[in-house]
Design a protein around this ligand. Structure first.
Ligand SMILES: [Cu+2]
Length: 70
C-alpha cells in the first residue's frame, strides 16, 4: 500500500473535486482519494502501484492536468 500526493491543475469548485475523486477512485488499485481544492493537491491511497500516466490521462479526459508528485 502506498500514499502519494499529486499536484492537479484546473480544479475550481466542489464539482471539480467530486469529478477528480470519482475518476481516480474508478482506477484499478486506487482505494482512497482526498482533494485539497485550495492547494490544488490530490492524495491518493493505492493498494498497489498505479502508474502516473494512467492517472494523468484519466484526469486529462475531464480537463484536469496532473502535473506531478508533490
Ligand atoms: Cu469545478
Amino acid at each position: 500500500m502506498a500514499e502519494k500526493v499529486f499536484k492537479v491543475e484546473g480544479m475550481t469548485c466542489k464539482h471539480c473535486v467530486n469529478t477528480v475523486k470519482r475518476v481516480l477512485f474508478a482506477l484499478e488499485g486506487v482505494s482512497h482519494v482526498e482533494v485539497s481544492l485550495e492547494e490544488g493537491k490530490v492524495y491518493v491511497r493505492m493498494e498497489r502501484e498505479v502508474p502516473f500516466h494512467i492517472m494523468k490521462s484519466a484526469l486529462e479526459e475531464w480537463g484536469y492536468r496532473m502535473v506531478g508528485e508533490v
